[in-house]
Design a protein around this ligand. Structure first.
Ligand code: ADE
Length: 246
């Protein structure tokens, strides 16, 4: 997989994507990631990338042209490499809400282009022209799309083969099957008078699985009634098999 990020802060994105699990996987070339400076594509001497909003109002709006030209150059590079045209995502607070399900969909693409706005937003026409979709990472407003793009890149890249050391790991985590994750414990067995739930010390795999499954459901029911409702709809209880009358 190849991910490109178009941004006014390519070093910020590049440095975050060079650390920890994602950084190690990047070094191993398990995926390609490139960060591009939108400002390099301005046509004015001052390298200004924004302007006042038509109709007035506070803040500045990013011009369409440098974003468009930056994306066109990225598309050229990606297709020249023999990959399909990248799936283009604009990071905006007005986009569709992000989820693990969306991460799994994006993880199927061979090339992804994440476009980050700054200031009060981007000229709508460049979004109309290029975006396959707009994504928001939550109902709050960030100063720019960079943190959102990094959230998307991280959650998509961890699903790529080889990035996580334990590939089954993510199938037990929160949101994988629509439930929150069960609680986890490690040594010591007793800490500040709190003991680890005894079932986890039994070595009885089936009982441990059953306990974890119960915990995951109970947590989801209490903490996220919205997810719990959806989970119940998607997993209706199996009808009891009718006993045959003699
Ligand atoms: N840009 C500003 N706020 C954002 C958000 N919540 N999600 C994605 N991009 C953004």
């Amino acid at each position: 997989m190849r991910i490109d990020i178009a941004t006014l802060f390519p070093q910020l994105c590049d440095s975050v994507m060079s650390e920890s699990i994602i950084g190690r996987a990047r070094k191993k070339e398990l995926f390609e990631l490139h960060c591009h400076q939108i400002r390099d594509y301005t046509l004015n001497k001052q390298k200004q990338v924004d302007d006042y909003p038509y109709g007035g109002g506070c803040g500045m709006v990013m011009n369409a042209q440098p974003i468009y030209d930056c994306c066109q150059e990225i598309i050229r590079q990606v297709t020249e490499q023999g990959l399909e045209r990248p799936h283009i995502v604009f990071m905006t607070a007005a986009g569709q809400p992000y989820s693990e399900e969306k991460a799994r969909q994006l993880a199927q693409k061979s090339a992804l282009l994440l476009v980050c706005g700054h200031y009060e937003g981007m000229d709508e026409r460049v979004i109309e022209e290029l975006a396959d979709e707009e994504i928001s990472i939550g109902d709050y407003v960030l100063t720019g799309g960079e943190l959102a793009a990094l959230v998307v890149a991280d959650s998509v890249l961890r699903l790529q083969p080889g990035v996580l050391s334990d590939p089954e790991g993510y199938q037990e985590e929160s949101h994988w099957d629509g439930l929150l994750e069960y609680p986890q414990y490690t040594r010591p067995e007793v800490w500040r008078d709190k003991a680890v739930p005894p079932v986890l010390l039994t070595g009885h795999h089936a009982n441990i699985q059953a306990w974890r499954s119960e915990q995951a459901k109970e947590r989801t029911r209490l903490r996220r009634p919205d997810l719990w409702e959806k989970y119940q709809k998607d997993h209706p209880p199996e009808p009891e098999k009718k006993r045959r009358r003699k």
